[in-house]
Design a protein around this ligand. Structure first.
Ligand code: ACO
Length: 429
């Protein structure tokens, strides 16, 4: 029972609405009975003020620049933990014991291969397909290959589907990459850790094995960790909405991948690098900053701004440090893109427009720079984000399926169209 209520007064009506308090963050006003009680809808395009579910997984305080997974701050997890441990934490709610972690890692490792017939799917794509298009198709098609883990009412099948997706996503992303560059697929190797295995599947060729550098593998793992989950963002909400109809998990994660692809979301890291290349030289930065500030120009500084973080993005802080380590190791400090990135960051942060609108570099600003230095083409940036975020999507999906309050998502609208009118025969129009 709610201990506080809010009052809504309109026309000649006064409606009392229950309020609920979270463990952290602002109180929420429960409007779920508002239509029944007052015959009105609420209006919130983009869901800027709407909590759509209960969740215990991730908490963000955008004002403080805080991101917690199950209560643990992201900077501690990025520094002291690693991706598969964070996956366990997100999926099961607590940090694992040594035995639990070993068991989890071995379960994931034993599912890294994909069904051999899935190779035909890859080969059906055009040679120049974007790897996100391939991932979207292949992940959706998993429901045609793994029938024994599509019954969402069976907790065991939900568990198997979760492990399968976490385990196979690096294999699928790497194969999508290999296909687009015309190289043979590299099968996973279970003696390598998650990040090293992914790097090897991307960069090894049959005539020359890829030796994984531990610094690069650590940086890769950190990128995975920093992207693992992010509360009810657009792609996660897409996964929840798709699964609210009871669709199978592979179809729902494919829906999340589709949403993530957009340049306002996961596609921003690719768009950011392309923008840095377009700027080209440091002397052109003022021109692009002026364009970003011009109301009549749709151009925005990619990798800047965030719907929730209005102070700084804590993931960007960790990645900035990682970027320095990786670039140092690879000896690419003089790289032109990097010089433009560093100078752009400096000039934008000193500009009152960006300060007033609270626009700071987000995680995509630095991830693109690291991935480029590691040798990934820009088209692989968003697939890497998708593979990292898979655990977040799955954790949120599992939470939703187990929630007794779950019902099909069905927003309403502010209808602005024609009212009833009669059909007119074609010769009379
Ligand atoms: N460059 C220039 N101006 C910007 C930028 C930007 N990158 N971002 C926001 N603004 C301005 C807007 O023009 C707007 O100005 P106005 O109030 O004068 O109209 C104001 O800041 C607020 O912007 P909104 O679009 O209303 O903010 P919203 O919270 O809806 O958008 C978003 C957030 C989509 C991330 C936006 O900042 C953006 O487009 N950034 C660039 C793309 C990007 O980097 N996306 C990655 C997000 S992080 C992630 O997905 C992992």
């Amino acid at each position: 029972m709610a201990d506080k209520t809010a009052k809504l007064i309109f026309d000649d009506k006064e409606i009392e609405l229950p309020m609920m308090s979270p463990t952290a963050g602002p109180d929420v006003i429960d409007i779920s009975k508002l239509y029944a009680q007052g015959n009105v809808f609420t209006y919130d395009p983009g869901f800027t003020s709407t909590a759509a579910c209960d969740s215990t997984i991730t908490y963000i305080d955008g004002g403080k620049g805080e991101l917690l997974h199950r209560g643990y701050p992201i900077d501690q997890l990025a520094k002291d933990s690693h991706y598969l441990e964070v996956c366990y934490l997100l999926l099961y709610g607590e940090l694992p014991s040594a035995a639990q972690l070993e068991d989890f890692e071995s379960r994931v490792t034993n599912h890294t291969m994909i069904h051999e017939q899935m190779m035909f799917l890859f080969r059906g794509f055009r040679r120049d397909a974007h790897p996100m298009a391939i991932m979207n198709g292949v992940v959706g098609a998993m429901s045609a290959f793994y029938h024994d883990s599509t019954d969402i009412s069976d907790p065991w099948q939900r568990e198997v589907a979760s492990i399968r997706m976490i385990a196979k996503m690096p294999t699928i992303a790497a194969m999508a990459y290999k296909f687009t560059i015309g190289q043979p697929f590299v099968y996973p190797r279970n003696d390598l850790d998650y990040a090293s295995n992914f790097l090897r599947m991307c960069f090894s060729v049959p005539c020359e094995d890829y030796q994984v550098n531990p610094i690069l593998s650590r940086a890769m793992d950190r990128i995975f960790t920093l992207h693992a989950d992010h509360e009810q963002n657009a792609s996660t909400s897409t996964v929840r909405l798709a699964s609210s109809s009871g669709a199978n998990p592979f179809a729902c994660i494919a829906a999340g991948i589709a949403c993530l692809w957009g340049p306002a979301h996961g596609g921003a890291n690719q768009a950011c690098l392309e923008m840095l290349r377009e700027i080209g030289t440091v002397d052109r930065i003022p021109e692009f900053i002026a364009r970003a500030k011009d109301k009549n120009d749709p151009f925005r500084l990619m990798g800047f701004g965030h719907r929730v973080y209005k102070n700084f993005d804590p993931r960007a802080k960790v990645l900035k440090q990682s970027a320095d380590e990786v670039l140092d190791l690879l000896g690419v400090e003089d790289n032109a893109v990097l010089q433009v990135a560093k100078e752009l960051e400096k000039q934008a942060l000193a500009d009152p427009y960006f300060a007033e609108k609270k626009l700071f570099p987000n995680v995509d600003f630095y991830s693109g720079i690291i991935l480029e230095a590691m040798g990934f083409p820009t088209s692989m940036f968003t697939p890497i984000f998708a593979l990292s975020r898979t655990v977040g999507w799955i954790s949120q999906w599992k939470e939703m399926i187990a929630d007794p309050k779950m019902k099909i998502g069905r927003p309403r609208q502010l209808y602005q169209g024609e009212t009833l009118r009669n059909y007119v025969d074609i010769e009379k129009r």
